[in-house]
Write a protein that binds this ligand. Structure first.
Ligand code: BG6
Length: 484
């Protein structure tokens, strides 16, 4: 299978925070990969902008080492890195002052696509947007890209939206949720809407419940200061897990078109029921395996911030009324694995004496690692001795099914940055979507803050706090095991 790469028009991409972690770890390596794939037109330019004093040559040195650090040797070669670096420039800039803006204006061409990536603290969004607009560096066709966290609650998200709206239209604003750039997350839509097989069963009459798991083995090491003001609810659930839930639960959009898709996602978020306190379990990892516990990582001995959360969400519409969605995510867990498991209802009547005959089908969509689909079906156990049944997996790994292209899954940022240049907002969050997600999350967070709830401790390299098991046991259900 040959992958199809569609070139984009020549562009200038300015990265504010160009010397920062995200630029070095993700944005520039992703641009390089797209360059190697032949997607970046030869005279396009990437302009790093940051406070640090540096020449373009010095900046290129930094980016060269970032490529070595963050791209495996199989994904880079020295000659093409040098070619790519010829497109890279640097401007020293003061986001809230005057320095550098004239230089940037001279550099950015107005006769082509230009995009401005705000890889900086949200507190700087307003100052940068204002300068780009007022100094005529951005035009009516320019795009701006903003990273999460997009606010810390509904009020701050509204303010951010209002600030950006002063200078740019909604069609110009690209709010990134990198989960939407993951190949397998996009595959959720392909699986649902390019096959006739699942959609007729995709409703509460046939689906008992859904489990969404994003488990990580990493802790919050190095990011404790940010994370302690956020926690798993704000860092993962309000955005990434919410997006997964939307793609599973939304109605078929009339077309794969930015507003058609985002309208349907918004309806799901608005239909979410309030979450009851007894349907939430929060946790904090303890020290173990030679690693510090959460509180030491966060440098906050009294911290009540959760590094793990599990909750039961309900969607109040005809399709999902009696189908709970159980979400969980946490750090320092047993394995790094993200998956969505759709548990179908049991057959209404079993004609077999074997109790196994009454078991449910489960569709598991593995998002990472080893991306693929697994459908558990019942078959007859081979051999004589009566009609004995057993459950087996119909297992498909994308890497195997698609050959070499399937194992070379591009990083989420590769897709998303190119979509910005193409002007396609389908995989970006619209302002009203982000606000609706906060409107759901805010009362949950305010609830535990007002009650003074403390997270439960959990041992590292486990599946999280014991109490999270009860969340499902109580309903006569079980979590899937967290394993590689
Ligand atoms: C980020 C969160 O948005 O997503 C991190 O801030 C988290 O805390 C990361 O580790 C997970 O992303 P991925 O792509 O590794 O699943």
């Amino acid at each position: 299978m040959v992958s199809r790469t569609i070139p984009v028009d020549p562009f200038d991409l300015v990265i504010f925070g160009g010397t920062g972690d995200l630029a070095r770890r993700k944005i520039l390596p992703s641009l390089y990969r797209r360059y190697v794939a032949g997607q970046m037109p030869p005279d396009s330019r990437v302009i790093g902008a940051a406070r640090t004093e540096a020449t373009s040559e010095e900046y290129r040195d930094q980016i060269r080492s970032a490529m070595e650090e963050f791209l495996s040797p199989a994904k880079r070669d020295a000659a093409s890195v040098e070619d790519f670096l010829r497109h890279v420039h640097y401007v020293q800039i003061d986001a809230t002052g005057d320095t550098g803006w004239d230089d940037l204006k001279t550099l950015v061409r107005q006769d082509r696509i230009n995009a401005f990536y705000f890889s900086v603290a949200p507190s700087l969004f307003g100052a940068i947007a204002e300068r780009l607009h007022d100094r005529g560096i951005a035009n009516a066709e320019s795009r701006i890209v903003v990273e999460k966290p997009f606010g810390k609650d509904l009020e701050t998200a509204r303010k951010l939206n209002a600030t950006l709206a002063t200078y740019f239209t909604e069609q110009q604003i690209y709010r990134i949720d990198h989960y939407l750039g993951k190949e397998t997350v996009q595959n959720l839509m392909a699986i649902r809407f390019a096959n006739i097989l699942f959609e007729p069963l995709w409703k509460t009459e046939y689906i008992d419940h859904v489990q969404i798991t994003v488990a990580e083995t990493v802790g919050v090491d190095g990011r404790g200061a940010y994370y302690d003001t956020s926690g798993a609810m704000r860092d993962m659930v309000q955005n990434h897990l919410m997006q997964l839930l939307c793609l599973i639960a939304m109605e078929p959009p009339y077309h794969f078109d930015p507003d058609a898709v985002r309208d349907e996602k918004l309806k799901v978020i608005r239909a979410l029921e309030p979450v009851r306190p007894e349907d939430i379990v929060r946790g904090q990892y303890l020290a173990g395996g030679g690693k510090q516990g959460y509180r030491e990582d966060a440098e906050n001995p009294d911290s009540r911030t959760e590094s793990y959360i599990a909750l039961k969400a309900g969607i109040a519409n005809w399709r999902w009324k009696n189908t709970p969605f159980y979400l969980r995510t946490g750090k320092r867990l047993r394995a790094r694995t993200s998956e969505i498991a759709v548990f179908f209802r049991r057959p209404p009547h079993s004609i077999f004496d074997d109790p196994e005959g009454g078991r449910e089908n489960v569709l598991v969509i593995r998002l990472q690692p080893n991306e693929g689909i697994n459908l558990k079906v019942m078959i007859k156990e081979p051999g004589p001795g009566g009609m004995r049944l057993t459950q087996v997996p119909l297992d498909m790994s994308f890497a195997q099914a698609l050959g070499p292209d399937g194992s070379d899954i591009p990083d989420a940022y590769e897709r998303l940055v190119m979509d910005v240049i193409r002007g396609n907002q389908t995989l970006f969050m619209r302002g009203d979507e982000v606000e609706a997600a906060w409107a759901w999350a805010d009362p949950i967070i305010q609830g535990w803050e007002a009650r003074g709830d403390r997270p439960h401790s959990y041992e590292p390299a486990t599946s999280g706090p014991e109490d999270a098991l009860m969340l499902l046991h109580r309903d006569g259900r079980r979590w899937r095991e967290i394993k590689e």
